[in-house]
Design a protein around this ligand. Structure first.
Ligand SMILES: Cc1cc2nc3c(=O)[nH]c(=O)nc-3n(C[C@H](O)[C@H](O)[C@H](O)COP(=O)(O)OP(=O)(O)OC[C@H]3O[C@@H](n4cnc5c(N)ncnc54)[C@H](O)[C@@H]3O)c2cc1C
Length: 386
């Protein structure tokens, strides 16, 4: 057994890190997750995630958590309307009678990020997650690593798994390859008590999603738990757009002026998003790892999730690829097929890189389709072909 009596440190308690921790604990491994958040509730979790049958749901199935998922997913939140800037509906499955269900490869049930995190956290042994542990640096010690955290604690691990997301601080210990800017920036907001504060938007969403395309820009919105909705304005912009526009994100008057002028020609109903959003808005320049990235595998360090392969969110694949990384890595580590940790890690990375690159390529292409002059027609073609 490669990991017998070995200490495993997972850096980052997002979907990838927590799924891996659960899968390794099912194999009786000694695993600790180090997470920078102060606690489970310290941060507003972003928009819901749709999990896919052959990846995200498959990982949950292996983690023995599919029944918990079924109790907490949001039925019908996957239903969508495709609209234009003038708020005309071109395609909607909101009123379809057809009920999809688990086992159907096209069924993509949505779950609130907070609910998914809770399911995973509750499946772990007590004290598996060390909150308020922001990874700062590490150095080699014996055959492993001495980890250093911002709270001045240290920890020895025989194996370190980086699951610390798109801006991974662990990744540079394995490779200096950097993500490139995709050319698209998203501006994220959310509205609480939406039924009361923005009833027109609530009715439009009807518990599902709305995607509006026009003038090479998008508005994307979806139901969250607790009478909240999340939304994104998505558009092509210089990489420096977020820094240059910092002054508007906390200022309602400025952000409304920006929207009116940048989304000129869009129907007045969309103004509700910026009238009622909680502030500050969060700018999200969208990055992607090079599709042909590669590195020399090590015996005591590897990457999963966005730390390995951040990609644009335009195909809803990021979390699914990440959770499948967790499943596949746990199987490579625990299968007994490999003679050394280095061989198991190399096999995992050899499988992971092209699988993630395929999804990243599709996500980049979808991003282009969604922000093209004929984006509406493009997206109608995509959804009608399903
Ligand atoms: C705007 C936007 C919309 C998206 N929409 C979708 C979607 O609809 N569907 C989809 O599949 N994917 C979507 N994604 C991508 C998805 O969010 C990621 O692919 C997924 O969260 C990756 O999971 P992860 O666990 O690898 O990383 P993360 O979810 O980023 O988790 C990383 C964790 O590590 C912690 N951490 C970070 N640094 C440190 C440190 N130094 N020390 C300790 N802990 C640390 C963080 O606090 C966090 O908890 C979207 C992404 C964005 C930006």
């Amino acid at each position: 057994m490669l990991l017998k009596n070995k200490k495993i440190a997972i850096i980052g308690g997002g979907p990838a890190g927590l799924t891996l921790a659960r899968l390794l604990q099912l194999q009786n491994m000694h695993v600790t997750v180090f997470e920078r958040d102060l606690n489970q509730y310290a941060r507003v979790q972003g928009s819901p995630l749709d999990l896919h049958e052959d990846s995200g749901l498959k990982a949950l199935q292996h983690a023995g958590l599919i029944e918990q998922f079924k109790q907490h997913f949001m039925p019908k939140a996957d239903r969508k309307k495709i609209m234009n800037a003038k708020a005309e509906v071109f395609l909607s499955d909101h009123d379809d009678q057809l009920e999809q269900n688990f086992g159907d490869p096209d069924f993509r049930p949505e779950i609130d990020r907070g609910a998914l995190r809770k399911i995973l956290l509750e499946s772990l042994l007590p004290d598996t997650v060390q909150w308020n542990h922001q990874f700062i640096s590490m150095q080699t010690q014996a055959n492993g690593w001495r980890l250093h955290f911002k709270n001045n604690t240290t920890f020895y691990a025989d194996l370190v798994i980086a699951a610390d997301g798109a801006n991974s601080k662990v990744r540079p210990y394995l490779t200096d390859i950097l993500a490139f800017y995709s050319g698209i920036t998203m501006l994220e907001g959310y509205i609480v008590n939406v039924k009361q504060s923005a009833p027109e938007i609530d009715q439009l969403l009807n518990g599902g999603k709305v995607m509006a395309f026009g003038h090479e820009k998008n508005l994307l919105m979806g139901q969250k738990a607790n009478d909240e909705i999340g939304f994104y304005a998505s558009f092509k912009a210089e990489e420096t757009w977020a820094t240059a526009h910092q002054a508007i994100f906390s200022d309602r008057i400025k952000v409304k002026q920006w929207f009116k002028s940048f989304y000129s020609g869009w129907d007045a109903i969309w103004d509700n998003l910026f009238e009622h959003t909680s502030l500050p808005l969060i700018p999200r320049p969208i990055y992607c790892m090079p599709l042909d990235q590669t590195w020399q595998s090590q015996a005591n360090l590897t990457l999963i999730g966005d730390a390995a392969h951040v990609m644009p969110p335009f195909a809803g694949e990021g979390v699914n690829v990440s959770m499948l990384d967790a499943l596949n890595l746990s199987e490579y580590l625990c299968s007994g097929q490999f003679s050394s940790l280095q061989a198991a890690i190399a096999a995992y990375e050899h499988e992971m890189r092209p699988r993630a690159a395929k999804m990243a390529e599709y996500s980049l292409e979808n991003g282009e389709r969604m922000h093209a002059p004929d984006a509406l027609q493009n997206m109608l073609n995509v959804f009608q072909s399903h």
